[in-house]
Design a protein around this ligand. Structure first.
Ligand SMILES: *[C@@H]1O[C@H](CO)[C@@H](O)[C@H](O)[C@H]1NC(C)=O
Ligand SMILES: *[C@@H]1O[C@H](CO)[C@@H](O)[C@H](O)[C@H]1NC(C)=O
Ligand SMILES: [Zn+2]
Length: 597
């Protein structure tokens, strides 16, 4: 998963994690409980799903049974010990750098024998793994679970508390690269299915598990070949839902202290927000290639190529800045409505009013200022000049200067708009420096498609070419999150509620899942609401396969840490809660007949 927003967020206390200033005043006016003037119900919630009485053991056993816990810690630890790292430059599934993935798959085969016996196991493009448990009732749409086998490389192992590929389990945490992104997901999925098969469960509804092997390196080899194969086999919109890693996990926030006589402490009303991502921003890597005449640096022009490139980047960071926008079509609108409804004492006093005021720019601006850059960038396009290269020697003028600017395109914009803005800003700079501007975007009218043609053009010694590094990505289609109109979402959300309302937070001090104290511990209220991701997952290859794509590693904030950086780790309890989610999702969708809901 490539998502910057999870990095800093995970280590913060829960209110900070939601981007709310910790000094936020507690608002206690009963005015909060006025119905919002918008006739739409705000934050409608699906009821918890009653897990079918199928004779299988309760999902809680994953969390409470010491033998299950020990086995699960061992499974995840061993998975982390196989360093399936990928670089940015892998183009061939037979690259010997993928050798650990081969070992990883041998480990999976040994660890999950029932899955490997009962499921059809396919290798796509050598290392893509697809498990299919064929259901007895083919009328029911299959469900698809995704994860990736690869992990990002580590920098200096000396920076780590425990060696990054030792898979140390310290009794609470499993440490190492991939522990939270996302071998916890992959091992959790296989463990849930293995656990079902061990009880002689047989699928009514087909279950597919699809694991890419280069998600951290753009996903073209893995998800990029698995998705078309599934599309050919199953057709468009063939899956009831697709669940991948990602999202914002579960974040807790105090609840509504609406009862004046309620002297209970805040914990009593704790609300746990389950935040699957139901959309992703788009992206565009804009490449700028500048060519100017060289020469001796003792007789320079007023602006060298590097100076000109610097001016271009400076202008891109100065003009027509991107602004946030939050209308009701944005999933975060629903999320804020939920916070205003269920945790009014813990959000900005103006939030409900601004949500109802129907001014998407003013609302987005206020929210972005109040909540900070993580939330801001779910609402606006981001721009980051990330690469620059130019010059070879101190006494030679640079002839070829290139830069790459990375854009993450907000839901209300398109990569085309972003490119047009860049052109508008860059063109006058180019003209001022007598530079010919070429726009080499395939499909853009008037653009030159082939960069090589430009180089051969006679007499053109000063040129700037704009091109995309890879195909621009439009923002993902938004999966529906209204439980009244989407039965699939209602059931998915209902399972999330039943799992997380079934037991107290295993990480809180007064809870002991394996001991006797759990009766007195409080079970939370769970509110399920969608949001979007600022980065992209492998699901970007899967859009045609389902209208319901959820990106959600169901981990509590603060208990799945340091994705992509030093000391990545996950709490065993949180990994086990993930197994519970997968186990109960499969059971709850297996015999479900949406027409009789
Ligand atoms: C502008 O570029 C053209 C073609 O490269 C060249 O003939 C002309 O002299 C340049 N003018 C200036 C002011 O650099
Ligand atoms: C198969 O699934 C469909 C759709 O859910 C349902 O209507 C039908 O009754 C099921 N058939 C059996 C034999 O369970
Ligand atoms: Zn990931």
């Amino acid at each position: 998963m490539k998502i910057a927003s999870l990095l800093g967020l995970a280590s913060l206390p829960s209110t900070l994690a939601l981007g709310i200033p910790s000094h936020q005043q507690v608002f206690s006016s009963p005015e909060w409980f006025r119905p919002i003037s918008n006739p739409r119900e705000s934050c409608p919630q699906a009821p918890p799903v009653t897990i079918p009485n199928d004779g299988l053991h309760s999902s809680l056993r994953f969390l409470s049974d010491e033998a299950f816990r020990a086995r699960q810690a061992d499974r995840l630890s061993r998975a982390v010990q196989i360093p399936t790292t990928v670089s940015d430059y892998m183009k061939d599934p037979y690259d010997e750098a993928f050798e650990p993935v081969v070992r990883f798959q041998a480990f999976l085969e040994k660890t999950f024998p029932l899955v490997h016996t009962h499921a059809k196991v396919e290798h796509i493009n050598r290392l893509g793994l697809v498990f299919t448990l064929p259901g007895t009732n083919t009328t029911r749409k299959p469900i698809l679970f995704m994860a990736h086998q690869d992990v990002v490389p580590i920098d200096d192992p000396a920076d780590w508390t425990h060696p990054p590929f030792a898979g140390v389990f310290d009794g609470d945490w499993i440490w190492g690269r991939g522990a939270s992104d996302c071998k916890n997901v992959l091992i959790g999925l296989l463990s849930a299915v293995e656990g079902l098969l061990a009880q002689d469960w047989r699928a009514q509804r087909t279950v597919v598990l699809a694991f890419g092997f280069d998600e951290e390196s753009h996903g073209f080899l893995g998800a990029g070949t698995i998705a078309p194969a599934l599309l050919e086999r199953y057709g468009e919109d063939a899956f009831e839902f697709i669940l991948d890693e990602g999202g914002l996990g579960l974040q807790s926030l105090g609840g509504s202290n609406n009862n004046e006589n309620d002297n209970d402490n805040d914990d009593e009303n704790e609300v746990l927000y389950a935040l699957p991502a139901v959309g992703e921003k788009g992206s565009l890597d804009l490449v700028l290639d500048l060519a100017v005449p060289g020469g001796h640096s003792s007789i320079p022009p007023a602006h060298t190529g590097i100076g000109i490139m610097a001016e271009i980047l400076y202008e891109l960071e100065r003009q027509e800045l991107f602004t946030p926008w939050l209308d009701t079509s944005h999933p975060a609108h629903g999320m804020f409505e939920c916070q205003a409804r269920y945790s009014p004492a813990h959000v900005e006093p103006w939030l409900a009013e601004k949500l109802a005021a129907n001014d998407p720019a003013a609302l987005a601006d206020a929210v972005a200022i109040s909540r900070g850059p993580i939330i801001r960038h779910t609402l606006q396009t981001s721009q980051a000049a990330d690469l620059i290269r130019g010059g070879v020697k101190t006494n030679a003028l640079p002839e070829k200067i290139s830069a790459v600017v990375n854009y993450r395109v907000a839901l209300h914009q398109s990569p085309d708009e972003v490119r047009e803005r860049a052109e508008r800003i860059i063109r006058p700079v180019a003209e001022r420096h007598n530079i010919t501007l070429h726009v080499a975007f395939p499909g853009v009218s008037g653009a030159t498609d082939d960069k090589n043609d430009l180089k051969s053009e006679e007499g053109e010694s000063r040129s700037l070419t704009l091109s995309p590094l890879s195909a621009p990505l439009v923002p993902a289609p938004i999966s529906p999150t209204d439980p009244l109109s989407s039965k699939t979402w209602a059931r998915f959300a209902g399972v999330a509620r039943s799992v997380f309302e079934s037991h107290p937070n295993p990480l809180s001090a007064d809870s002991s899942m394996s001991g006797s104290g759990s009766e007195s511990a409080k079970k939370p209220t769970v509110v399920v609401t969608g949001d979007i991701m600022t980065g992209n997952t492998d699901t970007r290859f899967y859009w045609p396969l389902s209208k319901n794509i959820y990106r959600w590693s169901p981990a509590r904030v603060g208990a799945s840490l340091n994705i992509h950086t030093v000391d990545e780790r996950v709490r065993l309890d949180v990994h086990l809660e993930g197994v519970m989610v997968y186990y109960d999702l499969i059971r709850s969708f297996d015999g479900w007949d949406e027409s009789v809901e």
